[in-house]
Design a binder for this molecule. Structure first.
Ligand code: NAD
Length: 352
């Protein structure tokens, strides 16, 4: 068996701890270093994980003998930390969104191309078992030609940490599109194989967040609200994307809207369609002259963070391509930039 990969985690918050557990579960990585500016978190996670090197400055972690790092800090630090890690010769598993915007994402990708390191973007939803099953159906041509996708993620009330970094554009890059839309856009393009969005007509709204103290909700993740903080991001977006002449995508991505909570990615093919739900998959097709719904069985216990870590380790060893590439991450960020541009312009915009 190959030597274990020596890994470090930069930012050992909510998702950083999940990366740590996922690496451990693979049995193929040694977590030798963690880094966080929060001293209490660093100490408690360091104890829990039994990690040797516990550092408060990521530049010190990059001097430790690690082969690879997970970059799990907030969005505003993705560019700086990912570039420094690649320049230090480390393989990088970079959390989503790839960066605050496409310009930053292009900088990261350009550095990755010059470096010896692997760059994998943490598009973990692809590794959910139902996503893998659907990708396999599509790859084998069972749905025929995919010509339209629908990306729907609408929460009745779900603004995270109102007034904090999530709702501050300079720190997050945007609202629900940056937080959740990246997963749905990535899934739509990865499932369909359509990676060339050419234009978008979109509109974003901010009808709930900016009201701050008047925002009515049941519970708040990443809360509590900071009413003296900032909310300058969208809470709802909708639009229509063209992929040249070949395909289209409609989307609705919201943290808050006066409607039912809904979440799915749908692909429409000329032989079949499919809807990917949070924990389920349904295929709409025809058999024997009848319309039928197929619900493939899959291993529900499979942990997508572990699969993601496993594939990253294999990519670092040169055994496979990264499970989600930097150039795909750039495409998602260009699409999101274009959505904001279209909304501001009140017109369809080209994606270059
Ligand atoms: N793939 C997913 O399913 C998923 C889920 C949640 C979050 N995320 C992404 O992961 C990132 C982190 O989100 P989170 O929810 O874990 O946030 P978090 O606030 O829980 O964790 C971020 C950690 O980074 C630390 N940090 C801040 N500045 C630092 C610095 N300069 N050096 C080292 N550490 C520093 C913070 O102290 C904190 O512990 C975000 O980009 C988010 O979008 C992805």
């Amino acid at each position: 068996m190959a030597d274990k990969l020596k890994v470090g985690i930069i930012g050992i918050g909510a998702i950083g701890a999940i990366h740590a557990d996922a690496y451990r579960a693979t049995g193929e990585a040694d977590l030798v270093a963690i880094c966080d500016v929060n001293a209490d978190r660093l100490a408690s996670e360091g104890e829990r994980l039994g990690v040797k090197h516990r550092l408060s400055d990521y530049r010190d972690l990059l001097k430790v003998d690690v082969d690879a790092v997970s970059v799990c800090v907030g969005n505003a630090l993705h560019r700086e930390v990912a570039i420094a890690s690649l320049e230090a010769g480390k393989h990088v598993l970079l959390e989503k969104p790839m960066a605050l915007n496409a310009t930053e994402a292009v900088d990261i990708q350009a550095t990755a191309e010059k470096s010896s390191g692997v760059l994998q973007i943490a598009m973990c939803r692809r590794q959910q078992p139902q996503s893998q099953v659907l990708r396999d159906y599509i790859a084998k041509g069972l749905l025929g030609e995919i010509y339209h996708m629908r990306a729907v993620l609408v929460r009745r009330r779900g603004i995270p940490g109102l007034g904090g970094w999530f709702t501050t554009k300079a720190l997050s890059g945007g609202g629900p599109m940056i937080d959740l839309g990246v997963h749905w856009f990535d899934l739509s393009m990865w499932l369909s194989g359509h990676w060339n969005p050419t234009s978008v007509s979109a509109r974003t709204y901010a009808k709930f967040g900016p009201k701050m103290a008047d925002y009515t909700y049941v519970s708040m993740w990443a809360g509590p609200p900071k009413f003296d903080g900032t909310c300058d991001v969208e809470d709802y977006s909708t639009g229509f994307v063209r992929f040249g002449e070949k395909a289209t995508m409609s989307f609705e991505i919201a943290w808050a809207a006066n409607t039912e909570t809904e979440s799915f990615v749908e692909v429409l093919g000329d032989k079949g369609g499919a809807r990917l739900f949070a924990g389920d998959l349904r295929i709409y097709t025809e058999q024997n002259g009848r319309l039928v719904d197929v619900e493939p069985k899959f291993d529900e216990s499979a942990n997508h963070y572990e699969v993601q870590a496993q594939k990253f380790i294999a990519a670092c060893r040169g055994e496979r391509e990264p499970a989600a590439t930097g150039s795909q991450g750039v495409t998602v960020m260009k699409l999101i930039d274009a959505i904001y541009a279209s909304s501001n312009a009140g017109a369809e915009v080209e994606i270059k």
